[in-house]
Design a protein around this ligand. Structure first.
Ligand code: DGL
Length: 289
């Protein structure tokens, strides 16, 4: 994909560009929550590909193609950094985007892995979508940083719909599904669990309760937000204005549903939610593909 050239602007103006964030749907707002908490002055433009969600059961080739299209759309806002908030899109498309784009790209897998390896010395559990686990992205990243580290990766396909449905933490269905998924990690005596999917921070309460106080839960969005903050600081790109940043959202389907559920995921109401068709995303990504 060849994206529009970056305008040559002074650093002060560039620092006022937004952070571009994309995800397959609502879940990436848990990452936006962390970004806006760590960097309240920053504007965020968020794309939710709700027409094509879930990414977590699709092939890596398909998710990589969607990720290119999502990124191409956000490039139209001239972001100063691009955040791949979706763990599945990070697994499938991070290297591809990093190599193609002329701006810093931050994903959620690598920061989460670094945080987990810093937090504990023993076995690490990863819970994520089927596509993320099967991609081996977490296993490879952990092995590259600490070859001897034992990793247990489990896919938990029921958790995304359970979270979207908004069931309470102590709902028997939530607890019995979690018991089933977390059993192997308990038996493996993992010392940390990477919440390797956008939706899972919303289940942190019951997961912590089931795993007990000695198991550290790693929120990938929080780890990614710290990385974005460090990236902006070291390049003098932090927004210096004393203000609250704007959250501008686009969705490829059902903007009304997105607007209704957004606050539960992102902790704030978006300033705007507008529709953009997947046909438009495809057209924007077309040149040079
Ligand atoms: N955003 C996805 C992830 O973090 C979860 C939802 C989906 O499968 O698209 O992997």
């Amino acid at each position: 994909v060849s994206f529009p050239p970056q305008p040559d602007r002074p650093i002060s103006a560039r620092s006022q560009s937004p952070i571009g964030v994309f995800d397959s749907g609502l879940g990436g707002l848990t990452v936006v929550r962390e970004l806006m908490q760590a960097m309240p002055a920053e504007d965020v433009v968020y794309l939710a590909d709700t027409a094509r969600v879930p990414y977590g059961i699709k092939s890596l080739e398909t998710v990589r193609r969607f990720a290119r299209q999502d990124a191409a759309f956000l490039m139209g806002f001239d972001p100063k950094v691009l955040v791949v908030a979706c763990n599945t899109a990070s697994a499938a498309g991070y290297e591809d985007l990093r190599d193609r784009l002329d701006l810093p790209v931050v994903d959620v897998i690598r920061p989460g892995v670094r945080a987990a390896l810093r937090a504990v010395d023993g076995p690490v559990g990863v819970i994520a979508t089927e596509a993320t686990v099967d991609s081996g992205a977490y296993q490879r990243e952990i092995a590259a940083r600490d070859p001897g580290r034992v990793v247990h990766a489990c896919c938990c396909p029921l958790l995304v719909p359970i979270v979207e449905e908004g069931r309470d933490d102590d709902d028997p269905i939530v607890l019995s599904v979690l018991c089933d998924y977390l059993g192997p990690l308990q038996r493996a005596r993992v010392e940390a669990i990477i919440l390797g999917c956008t939706h899972y921070p919303l289940l942190a309460g019951p997961i912590a309760k089931l795993m007990g106080p000695d198991v550290r839960l790693i929120n990938s969005g929080q780890a990614a937000a710290l990385e974005v903050q460090a990236e902006l600081c070291s390049n003098a790109l932090s927004d210096p204005r004393d203000r609250s940043g704007r959250l501008t959202c686009f969705t490829t389907d059902k903007p009304d549903r997105f607007a209704r559920l957004a606050e539960r995921f992102g902790g704030r109401r978006p300033h705007s939610v507008d529709f953009v068709g997947t046909d438009e995303l495809e057209v924007r990504a077309r040149p040079g593909m």
